[in-house]
Ligand binder design. Structure first.
Ligand code: SF4
Length: 195
């Protein structure tokens, strides 16, 4: 679905595979009013708006921004690493919660309390670096009953895990997950940003 990204600057994590390192420093962005952000969105007119980062929930005004967006848009998504409390996210926002695997180097930052308050429309995402991450993610799915609670996505770290291998493991295990590819990299190339 055509989508406009609102990318908030700053992230306290340092995942080894981060593909938006340009958004990690807090001063990598510029301060904008909600009005300016909304004006920019109105000009693109996409049916879906995704608030991402960096880590959007690290910005203290992120929840207020989401409150404004759900007044204007039917489909608003938030992509978060889940290292922060999601309890204040407005109900109308669909959350994509990226659980950090051991291979990310940031597994200790997962805020497991979030697993107890997942809204029904949440998508849980695992970005996998290798087979160990895959097996770990399967264990987390069982531990938190994720397949029954929400949609589970699995994707490969670009250049590290071959999608053919992940596809084979998922089929072999009949795992109830959706496999995800970073489409923009296949379409525009891995190094192209801003698409
Ligand atoms: S949480 Fe996201 S933005 Fe932050 S370091 Fe990890 S991949 Fe990069």
């Amino acid at each position: 679905m055509p989508c406009t990204f609102v990318r908030l600057a700053g992230c306290p994590l340092r995942c080894v595979y981060c593909d938006t390192p340009q958004a990690i420093p807090l001063d990598s962005g510029e301060s904008q009013s909600f009005e300016t952000i909304l004006e920019g969105l109105f000009s693109s007119k996409t049916p879906l708006v995704l608030v991402t980062g960096g880590e959007p929930l690290a910005q203290k005004n992120c929840i207020s921004l989401l409150d404004e967006l759900v007044k204007q848009y039917q489909h608003v998504q938030l992509e978060t690493a889940g290292a922060h409390d999601i309890s204040k996210v407005p109900n109308k926002v669909s959350i994509i919660l990226d659980i950090k695997t051991p291979g990310s180097g940031e597994v200790e930052r997962n805020r497991w309390q979030n697993m107890a308050i997942l809204p029904k429309n949440t998508e849980i995402k695992f970005v996998l670096t290798n087979r160990d991450d895959y097996d770990w993610a399967k264990g987390i799915m069982v531990q938190y009953d994720l397949a029954d609670k929400c949609t589970v996505l699995m994707s490969c770290t670009w250049g590290s895990l071959n999608p053919k291998d992940l596809a084979a493991w998922v089929v072999q295990d009949n795992l109830p997950v959706r496999m995800q590819l970073q489409l923009h990299k296949y379409i525009w190339g891995a190094e192209t940003t801003g698409v």
